[in-house]
Design a protein around this ligand. Structure first.
Ligand code: NAP
Length: 521
C-alpha cells in the first residue's frame, strides 16, 4: 500500500485543528505533523495538537511527526535538542512515525537519544530522510544502502529536486529495484510524475497538500489533483501509462480529458502531463528512458509544441511505422509504444479537423473534393489542416499575415496564397481560422472583417478558448453555419484514445471536461 500523506503545517493549535479536519475530509491516509511550522514550539504544544487528531475525526489515521532541520527544508530553525525532545514526546503521545534527518542521525549522541525514545514506544517507527534541493544524488542506490545499514528498521526517505523530467528516473529505478518500506520521489515541477508514480511502484507514501497554500515542498500536488485528476485511488502496479509530451505542459487539458474517459470506462490506465524540456535531445532521452523501462508500461503519448517534429524524427530513426500523411505534414501528435517496444506514429490533428468539418456541414468526406476553402494562417495547425483538405481534394486558398509563409505552404500542397488584405474579397464555402486571433485573453479580436462573412458559408474557428469566439458570433449574425475549436479538439482526442486503447471514448465526457477546465469558458 502507498499511503497518501497530508502535511499539517500550521503555526498554532487552532489552525492545526482546522487543517486536520480539512485533511480528513479530503481523504488523507496519513497525517504528517510538520511541527517545524509551529510557533513557540514545546513538547506540550505538540502533544496537545496530536490529542486533537487522535480524539477527533483523525483517530484511525497513522501519524508522522517531523521537525525538519532548516538545512533540509524546515520552516523555523529550532535547536537540535528541542527537536529530539519534541519527537520523543510525540512518540510517548502515540505517534506512529517520527521523521529525522539521516545526516543528523549519523551523530552518535542523536542516534542514542532517538533509539531510547523509540524503544519506549509500542509502535513508533523511524523515517530517516535525506533531501537535496539542488539536484540529483550522486548515487541514490548507495545512499539508500547506507541509510538502511545505519538503521535497518527505519524507512529510508530520499527526496531530491528534478531539474528535468529525465532526472525522475533515478527515483523510479530505486523504487523498482528495492523492496520493503521506502520512500523516493522528486521535488519541483519536473518531478511531478515521480510523485504520482510512487503508487504504481509501491513507495511507502506520497505527499499531497490540502490546497495550494498548505503544500510543504516545491511541486507538491493537492489531494484533489492526486485523487481526482490523476486517479490516485485507481493506480496499481499494472496501470498502463499515457501522457502528453509538451513544453510548457501545465496548461494542457489532455490529462483531464483522457483521465475522465479512463475513469468513465473503468480502465486501469493513467494519463500524465510530461514536461519534456531540452529540445530534441531532451525528447530523445525521455523516449529512450521510457522505452527501456518496460515495467513502467508506457503505451501511448500525445505530442505537442515544441516536439511534433522531434517525434517524427525519433520514430524515423528508430525504424518505427509512420502514417504517410503525418510524414508529409512533417509533424506527429500521437505515438504508440507496442508491448514489444515498437513505435507507431500518427497525426490525428488533420483527421480531427476534417471530421469536425464533415459533421458540422453534414457532408461525407468525399464531398470535400472541389470544395472552395479559405484557410487563414500558415502555422502548425494550418499545415495539418491544409494537408488533410488537400488530400481530400479541396480547392484551398491560404491567407496569412506573413505572405511568404502562405506562399511556401501553398506551393507544397498545390494551393493559392494571399495576404490578410485578401480576406475582404472571399469566395469560399468554408472558412477556417488557424491563427490564434480571438483566443483568450484577446476575445475582442477577429481575423476576418465581419462584412466578409455571408449566409451559406461555414465558418470554422480552431481557437477553442473561448468556445464561441468573436468570429463565430459574427458568423452566426451573418447567417453562416459555425463549427467551434472544441469540436476539433475532441475529435483529435477521440482518435488518440482509439489508437491508445482500441476503444471509443465518449465525446460528451470529453467536451464537458474541456468546458469545465477552460480558464475562461
Ligand atoms: P503557430 O504555428 O504559431 O501559427 C500561428 C499563426 O497565426 C501564423 O499563421 C501567424 O501568422 C498567425 N498569427 C498569430 N498572431 C497573429 C496576429 N496578431 N495577426 C495575424 N496573424 C497572426 O500556431 P499553431 O500551432 O498553428 O496554432 C494556431 C491556433 O490554433 C492556436 O492559437 C490555437 O488557438 C489553435 N489550435 C486549436 C487546436 C484544436 O484542437 N482546436 C489545437 C491546436 C491549436 P505569421 O505566420 O504571420 O506569424
Amino acid at each position: 500500500m502507498t499511503y497518501l500523506a497530508v502535511p499539517i503545517s500550521a503555526p498554532n493549535a487552532d489552525l492545526a485543528a482546522d487543517q486536520i479536519d480539512a485533511a480528513v475530509d479530503a481523504g488523507a491516509e496519513i497525517l504528517e505533523f510538520r511541527i517545524d511550522y509551529l510557533e513557540g514550539l514545546t513538547p506540550e504544544k505538540v502533544v496537545e495538537i496530536l490529542k486533537h487528531a487522535q480524539n477527533g475525526p483523525a483517530e484511525t489515521l497513522p501519524i508522522i511527526v517531523t521537525c525538519r532541520d532548516k538545512k533540509q527544508g524546515g520552516a523555523i530553525q529550532y535547536p537540535l535538542k528541542l527537536r529530539i525532545d519534541v519527537l520523543a514526546a510525540a512518540l510517548r503521545a502515540g505517534a506512529d512515525f517520527i521523521d529525522f534527518e539521516y545526516e543528523n542521525y549519523l551523530e552518535i549522541g542523536n542516534q542514542e537519544r532517538l533509539r531510547r525514545a523509540l524503544s519506549m514506544s509500542r509502535k513508533g517507527r523511524l523515517i530517516l530522510s535525506h533531501h537535496d534541493f539542488k539536484g540529483r544524488f550522486p548515487d541514490i542506490t548507495a545512499l539508500h544502502r547506507r541509510i538502511s545499514t545505519v538503521c535497518s528498521s527505519a524507512i529510508p526517505k530520499l527526496v531530491y529536486t528534478a531539474k528535468n523530467i529525465n532526472d525522475c528516473f533515478d527515483a523510479l529505478d530505486l523504487l523498482e529495484k528495492t523492496g520493503g518500506d521506502r520512500i523516493a520521489f522528486c521535488m519541483g515541477p519536473a518531478g511531478l510524475i515521480s510523485r504520482i508514480l510512487t503508487k504504481k511502484l509501491g513507495s511507502f507514501l506520497t505527499f499531497a497538500g490540502i490546497d495550494e497554500k498548505s503544500t510543504t515542498a516545491p511541486g507538491q500536488l493537492t489531494v484533489d489533483e492526486f485523487k481526482r485528476l490523476y486517479r490516485g485511488d485507481a493506480i496499481d502496479p499494472e496501470t498502463r501509462l499515457f501522457g502528453v509530451i509538451a513544453d510548457p505542459v501545465a496548461h494542457s487539458l489532455s490529462p483531464a480529458i483522457h483521465n475522465a474517459c479512463f475513469e468513465h470506462q473503468h480502465m486501469n490506465s493513467l494519463y500524465l502531463p510530461l514536461l519534456v524540456e531540452g529540445g530534441s535531445a531532451g525528447f530523445d532521452r525521455f523516449m529512450r528512458n521510457i522505452i527501456l523501462r518496460k515495467w513502467l508500461h508506457f503505451r501511448g503519448l500525445s505530442v505537442t509544441i515544441p516536439h511534433k517534429h522531434n517525434a517524427l524524427a525519433f520514430v524515423k530513426a528508430a525504424g518505427g511505422t509512420l502514417e504517410p500523411l503525418a510524414e508529409k505534414i512533417g509533424a506527429v501528435n500521437t505515438l504508440i509504444i507496442t508491448a514489444h517496444s515498437g513505435l507507431k506514429a500518427y497525426n490525428t490533428d488533420y483527421a480531427g479537423a476534417l471530421d469536425a468539418v464533415t459533421a458540422g456541414m453534414g457532408i461525407p468526406r468525399s464531398d470535400i473534393a472541389d470544395l472552395p476553402v479559405a484557410v487563414v494562417g500558415a502555422g502548425g495547425v494550418a499545415r495539418a489542416i491544409v494537408a488533410g483538405l488537400a488530400d481530400a481534394g479541396a480547392k484551398i486558398k491560404i491567407y496569412n499575415r506573413t505572405l511568404a509563409k502562405a506562399e511556401a505552404l501553398a506551393a507544397e500542397f498545390n494551393c493559392d496564397a494571399a495576404g490578410l488584405d485578401g480576406l475582404t474579397d472571399l469566395a469560399a464555402d468554408l472558412l477556417i481560422n488557424c491563427t490564434s486571433i480571438g483566443m483568450h485573453p484577446n476575445t475582442g479580436e477577429s481575423p476576418i472583417p465581419a462584412e466578409s462573412l455571408k449566409a451559406g458559408m461555414t465558418v470554422f474557428d480552431t481557437v477553442y478558448n473561448p468556445a464561441e469566439t468573436l468570429l463565430l458570433k459574427q458568423a452566426k449574425q451573418a447567417g453562416a453555419r459555425t463549427i467551434d475549436g472544441i469540436a476539433m479538439f475532441v475529435n483529435q482526442a477521440l482518435a488518440q484514445f482509439k489508437l491508445f486503447t482500441g476503444q471509443n471514448a465518449n465525446p460528451k465526457i470529453m467536451r464537458e471536461t474541456i468546458c469545465r477546465n477552460l480558464h475562461n469558458p
